[in-house]
Design a protein around this ligand. Structure first.
Ligand SMILES: O=C1O[C@H](COP(=O)(O)O)[C@@H](O)[C@H](O)[C@H]1O
Length: 255
C-alpha cells in the first residue's frame, strides 16, 4: 500500500478475523524481507488482545514458511509478576503463540521476574544494550536508541500503549530505553515498559486495534478533529520508520 510520506497506512477491515489475516501477511512479509536483508527479525510484542490476533501466523502457509529460527522476541511492556502468573504478558504470549512455533528459546527475551520493577527495567535495558553491542540489534543512527524491526502495539480504551499511561510521567521519558511504573491504573500495578524513544525508533510499528471500546481513542488519534492539546499516549506513537494501523469496523466506527 502506497502512503504519503510521513502518513500512516490505515487498513480499515471488516472484522477482527480480517485484521488477523492481514496482520499475518504483513508480519510474514516483513520477516521475509528482514531475514533476506540482514539474517534476523526482531519483534516486540504487546500483551492483551494482540496475542490472539496473531493466530493466523500459526496456520499454513506461514507456520511452515516463516524463518522462525531467525526471530528475536522482546516484550514492549511486561507486568512485574512471575512468568507463570496469569497476568504475565510472557505467559500469555508463550501459551497463545510462542509455544506453537520453533523460535529458539534463547531468542525470547522475557523479563527477570525475581527483581523489583526498578531493577527489572534496568536489567532489561542492560540486556538490550548488550544485544546492540553484539550487533544482534541495530541502533538508530538519528538518536542512538535501539532499532527493532517491528513493534506490535495494542491500545487500551483510554489510549494507553505498552505501559505508558495518560497521567504518568513515564510517557515523557527521553533517555531511558526501559522504564517502570508501580501505580499502573490498569492492574497489575507494577510493570516495566519500553519508552517512546525506543518505540519510535523502530523500523516498523503496527497498531493492532479491534473492538468498539477503542473507537473513541482511535478517533482522537486518527480523526480529522484529533486533539494534540494533551496528547493521548497513542498519539505519541510517531516512528521514524513505517507506521501501519490495522482496524476492524468497530474500532474504526467513529472515524
Ligand atoms: O495492559 C496492557 O494493555 C494493553 C492493551 O491490552 P488489550 O487487552 O486492551 O488489547 C496491551 O497492549 C499491553 O501490552 C498490556 O500490558
Amino acid at each position: 500500500m502506497e502512503t504519503e510520506k510521513g502518513k500512516p497506512a490505515v487498513h480499515k477491515l471488516i472484522s477482527e478475523e480480517d485484521v488477523a489475516v492481514a496482520l499475518a501477511k504483513y508480519i510474514a512479509d516483513l520477516s521475509d524481507k528482514s531475514v533476506k536483508g540482514k539474517g534476523s527479525f526482531s519483534v516486540a510484542l504487546s500483551g492483551g488482545s494482540l496475542i490472539h490476533t496473531l493466530r493466523k501466523l500459526l496456520e499454513p502457509p506461514y507456520k511452515n514458511t516463516v524463518a522462525w529460527s531467525k526471530w528475536f522476541i522482546f516484550f514492549l511492556d511486561e507486568r512485574v509478576v512471575p512468568l507463570d502468573d496469569p497476568d504475565s504478558n510472557y505467559k500469555l504470549a508463550y501459551d497463545g503463540f510462542l509455544s506453537k512455533i520453533p523460535i529458539p528459546p534463547g531468542n525470547v527475551y522475557a523479563i527477570n521476574d525475581t527483581l523489583s520493577p526498578e531493577r527489572a527495567a534496568d536489567e532489561y535495558e542492560a540486556r538490550l544494550k548488550d544485544l546492540v553491542k553484539r550487533k544482534t540489534l541495530s541502533i538508530s543512527v538519528t538518536n542512538g536508541f535501539p532499532k527493532l524491526d517491528l513493534m506490535l502495539v495494542g491500545m487500551g480504551p483510554e489510549g494507553h500503549v505498552a505501559s505508558l499511561f495518560c497521567w504518568h510521567f513515564q510517557r515523557y521519558e527521553k533517555k531511558r530505553w526501559v522504564t517502570f511504573i508501580k501505580d499502573s491504573p490498569k492492574p497489575p500495578s507494577k510493570r516495566i515498559t519500553f519508552t517512546f524513544p525506543v518505540i519510535n525508533s523502530a523500523s516498523n510499528v503496527a497498531m493492532v486495534i479491534t473492538g468498539e471500546d477503542l473507537a473513541s481513542a482511535v478517533k482522537v488519534a486518527l480523526g480529522t478533529h484529533s486533539s494534540d492539546f494533551i496528547p493521548l499516549p497513542v498519539q505519541m506513537v510517531l516512528p521514524e520508520g513505517e507506521l501501519t494501523w490495522f482496524l476492524d469496523m468497530d474500532a474504526a466506527s467513529k472515524l
